[in-house]
Design a protein around this ligand. Structure first.
Ligand SMILES: [Zn+2]
Length: 331
């Protein structure tokens, strides 16, 4: 069994880079659905494939299998790499990025109005930043939402370990990428937040959190369910996108300890549901999750590194749609 120090050492190695892209709505404004994740993820995937995939074996103009060196294949279809069985639990392989669309219910942006699209790249995904920028620019030209109305990519900022926008790496004026930034590491993230021995943990579910536990979607989140999801996702990101070995650690012991020792004092959450159309499956899919907040009581020391990283990696299903964003406050 690894000690907490060894876990922190292992998690310190995680690498991620967070950015905020600023768009300006075009002369016709923009009409978007209340939940914008599917709009932005859909447009992003579509444009990325057009730009980055030149693989053969095409059906309907698109590759059915991607070559190892295909950027689109790596970023979007990292689902068939050997070794899925080494994960903590049998979870699908995470994508090396997540999107953070505007998290409000607004359905109209006026001409010239600005809005942000956040995105985070993980591990080897960071090397693909130039593709992301090119695609984000092209997405605006193709247009978003109803009537495919245009938006202009104005600027992209890096985000530091405190969440502040630090440095402009791209501007519409010259369309040059200033690629001189350092990714954040787990160490930066751990150092930016003081350890706390407080016994109360508030978790805010900012965008819908889709957690599955024992085969069912979770509508009342127990602490151990959140922890399980965070551990699965973070270890999978390290394994698949940073080539870190599987951690020799008694996860079941940690989960059982959380299940027995951390209690939920109050869960003020609701299930929120919407639908998206899946081009691949040719049908409408329900995409629900919980929003709100919950308060837990216990000793959070053993779980702190996972909780801190969960704020940067999201938890639950479909982070590429912007789902699973959480804030953790221990006080
Ligand atoms: Zn391809």
């Amino acid at each position: 069994m690894k000690s907490n120090q060894e876990i922190i050492h292992y998690l310190s190695k995680i690498k991620l880079a967070k950015f905020t892209a600023i768009y300006e709505a075009g002369p016709d404004g923009l009409e978007l659905p209340p939940y914008k994740g599917a709009t932005f993820r859909g447009s992003f995937g579509h444009v990325f494939r057009e730009v980055a995939c030149t693989c053969p074996h095409r059906e309907n103009g698109f590759a059915s299998k991607h070559l190892e060196q295909c950027a689109y294949g790596y970023i979007f279809e990292t689902a068939t790499i050997d070794g899925a069985e080494v994960l903590v639990n049998n979870e699908s392989i995470p994508r090396p990025f997540l999107l953070e669309p505007p998290n409000d219910m607004r359905t109209y942006y006026a001409p010239g109005e600005r809005f942000t699209l956040g995105f985070t790249l993980f591990g080897k995904g960071i090397e693909y930043l130039p593709y992301f920028i090119y695609v984000l620019d092209a997405m605006g030209l193709q247009g978003f939402g109803k009537g495919r109305k245009h938006a202009k990519l104005r600027q992209i900022f890096t985000v530091d370990q405190h969440g502040d926008w630090i440095k402009s790496i791209y501007q519409a004026d010259d369309r040059l990428l200033r690629n001189d930034f350092s990714p954040l590491t787990g160490e930066d993230i751990f150092n930016s937040k003081a350890d706390s021995t407080a016994q109360t943990c508030h978790i805010h579910f900012i965008s819908p959190v889709r957690l599955k536990y024992a085969g069912e979607f979770v509508s009342t989140p127990e602490f151990h369910m959140l922890l399980r999801s965070a551990c699965r996702r973070i270890t999978a990101l390290l394994y698949f996108h940073q080539d870190e070995p599987k951690l020799d650690f008694d996860f079941n012991g940690l989960f059982q300890q959380a299940e027995q020792e951390v209690t939920c004092l109050n869960a003020n959450v609701e299930w929120t549901s919407w639908e998206r159309y899946s081009n691949r499956q040719k049908q409408r899919l329900k995409m629900g999750g919980i929003v709100g907040n919950a308060i837990y009581k216990g000793d959070f020391q053993p779980y702190l590194p996972w909780l801190k990283l969960a704020e940067w990696c999201n938890i639950g299903k479909n982070p590429v749609f912007g789902l699973g964003s959480v804030k953790v406050i221990i006080k």
